[in-house]
Design a protein around this ligand. Sequence first.
Ligand SMILES: Nc1ncnc2c1ncn2[C@@H]1O[C@H](COP(=O)(O)OP(=O)(O)O)[C@@H](O)[C@H]1O
Ligand SMILES: [Mg+2]
Length: 281
Amino acid sequence: MTVNSVKPAGDSAEYSSGALLELSKVTKRFGGLVAVQDVDLVIKPREIISVIGPNGAGKTTVFNLITGIYRPTTGNILLEGKSLVGDNPDQIVARGITRTFQNIRLFNNMTVLENVLVGQHTQLKAGLLGSLFRPPRVKQEEEAARKRALDLLTFFGTALLERQDEFVMNLSYAERRRVEIARALAANPKLLLLDEPTAGMNEAETLEAVKYVRRLRDELGLTILLIEHKLAVTMGISDRIAVLDYGRKIAEGLPEEVRRDERVIAAYLGKSARVDQEARE
Ligand SMILES: Nc1ncnc2c1ncn2[C@@H]1O[C@H](COP(=O)(O)OP(=O)(O)O)[C@@H](O)[C@H]1O
Ligand SMILES: [Mg+2]
C-alpha cells in the first residue's frame, strides 16, 4: 500500500453537516514554509464562495490540496462527508470536482472543440483498443461526446460555437478562459474551482465573466469556489468570502462583513506596504 492511499481517520459518520465540501484543520508545509495553516472551510451545495488574500497567502495551494495535486500535511478534506485525501487528481475529477488554472492551461495547438473533448476523458468508456479499431459503439460514444461538447460551448452563446474548429492559440484571452471553463464542465462536476477567472480581463470582459459565473450556479446548479483578486467582483458575486493571509484564514463572512473587517483591511494595506517596501529596495 502506498502512503498516498492511506486515508486519515475522521470521515463524518453520517454526513450530517450538509456540506458539499469541508476542509477541516488543513495544513500544508513545503519544507520549512507553512503555505496553508489550520484552515477550516465549509461549502454548501449551490454556494458561491470566494477565497481572497494577498499574493502568497496560500489560495492556489488550497485548490491544489482539494484537487489532489498535493496531499495535506495534516487535516482532512471531505466531499459529501467522505475524505478525498489520498485520491489522485483523476479520481477527484471523477468524484465531481474540476477546476480552471490561474495561468490558463489549454492545448494551444488543438481546436476549441478538441480541448473540451479532452475534459470528458474520465467519462468515456472506450479504452485504447476501442479508440484504435472504432467499433460502432465507440463511434456512438464519440458522437455523443461531440454533441455534449458543443452543448457546453453553447453555454457561452454562439461566439465559441462559431470558433469550435479554431486553434485555441488564435483566441482572445477572455475566450480561452471560457474554453477552459467549458472543459472543466465536460467532466460533469458538482463543484467547480475557478482560480482568478477574471485575471487579465478588461472591465467589459470582467462583467461578462461575473455573469457567467452566476449562471453556472443558477442554471447548472453548480457549487463554486473561486479565487479572485478584484474585490469589486468578489463582493458582488459571493455568498461568503474567506480571507487568507500567510496561510491562515483570518476572516470569513458575508461580503459586507468582510469588507469592514479590521484584519482584512490590515492584510490588504499591509500587503501594499510590503510591495512599497520591495519597490524601494
Ligand atoms: N510546490 C511548492 N513548493 C514550495 N513552496 C510552494 C509551493 N507551492 C506554493 N508554495 C509557496 O506557498 C505559499 C503560498 O503560495 P500560493 O498558494 O501559490 O499563494 P497564492 O495563490 O495565495 O498567491 C507561497 O509562499 C509559495 O511560494
Ligand atoms: Mg495563486
